[in-house]
Design a protein. Sequence first.
Length: 399
Amino acid sequence: MELTLSEKQMLQGEFGPATRKAMEILVALGTIYQAEKMIPVSSVQVSGVSYDNLGEAGLDFLSEMAAGGGKAQVLTTLNPAGMDIEDPTSLGISPEFAGQQQRVIDAFGRMGIITTCTCTPYLTGNLPHYGEHIAWAESSAVCYANSVLGARTNREGGPSALAAALTGRTPAYGLHLAENRAPSLTIQVKAQLTENDEFGALGLLAGRQIEMRKQNRVVYIQGIQQASLENLKSFCASLATYGGAGLFHMQGITPEANLFAPTADAVEFSQADIQSAARSLNDESAAEIDFVSLGCPHLSILEIARVAELLRGQKVKKTFWITTARPTRQMAERMGYTAIIEEAGAVIAADTCCVVAPIQGRFHTLATDSAKACYYAYGKNKMKTRLMSFDEVVYEALK
Ligand code: F3S
């Protein structure tokens, strides 16, 4: 792979051991994917932040990179951690876990990474524009950045995203190249979708089709008349989870859709298909719901306003976590939404979520509007799941 003079200097260790290690990671990645060169990135989002996923080995790696003089060269933010960093005990997290999680955050902080922990960086100031090359790691955010914003990123792993942050570079392959952004499958939607859980069910159906074909994983979607930011973030999370997709085009909605035509390979989904996909995430054998959560991906301020409206003057009867980014929570505090939610007995937590927090064994059945949360609640945390609409999730907490 062709490297510029400064990239060669990074590789030779002239900018310190952490930068050398970072460039070694990127060169290895670029070699595997036959990239011809590196390209500059302007924004990074790093995953592998929860100590629950990182463990001691991950923490050691981060501490080593910080001690080796690693410094973020571009705007870099973090994926959710395993706790609310400013209020760990609000979620029943053990002091031992909280201590190790804090060391992780401190290591990132020493590298000049902004310790805002969210899977919706695009809602909190890390917002790339059309055509911008970036290196993001969280799968739902990658899908959103490529598809809805028209930025260009591969789905990075934690180490490769950190390496991009410390060098300001990423290998030029995959979704950075225009020729890899064309769709290979068309999904025709013959249904009216309005709720997040319905868009999540569509993501599940489309994802299964992608998995069956093993092509380039880019789909072209027709038939969606309208989709809110919240619908799209839900769809992105589901499509990335069930189909490993990093990019889709939605006719009339996403910015690159008009560059492409529908493909010959096409499948159609009806309202009944959507309903049946949603039902497949409802475990009918589930015992009573004992955990309710909204915020996968992290809630927008509009969604928090809706929760507050529904909870005003009421008391929840189940454990109810509402998860969001710290800056969004600060807006919610200013607007009085947090006070309403907390008076109702629900928890509004920043920096974390119901998947990356260490909760295995604490709950049996999760109610959520997120198809992605269902996947991980079952797979990672061994819970049964019930998928319902956003408002129904709130009503469930009040039952
Ligand atoms: Fe975000 Fe956690 Fe869901 S990182 S997309 S809220 S699994």
